[in-house]
Design a protein around this ligand. Structure first.
Ligand code: ZN
Length: 60
């Protein structure tokens, strides 16, 4: 496996399609789970503290 031009030939398959909930190309076809919003895994939106730009508690 190389990182250069030869490996680009395997880019004919896509695992992620447009998510019905968030609209981004993050819904995995085989996993049936959106990697961005968590659609298919839980009814709640996937959200973490590190996503927000302004966190309430400064870490430093
Ligand atoms: Zn989604």
């Amino acid at each position: 496996m190389s990182k250069g031009t030869p490996s680009k030939g395997k880019r004919n398959k896509q695992n992620h399609i447009a998510c019905r909930r968030c609209g981004s190309i993050s819904f995995h076809l085989r996993h049936k789970i959106c990697s961005k919003c968590g659609f298919g895994r839980s009814s709640r939106m996937r959200a973490f503290d590190w996503m927000s730009k302004r966190s309430k508690v400064p870490t430093h």
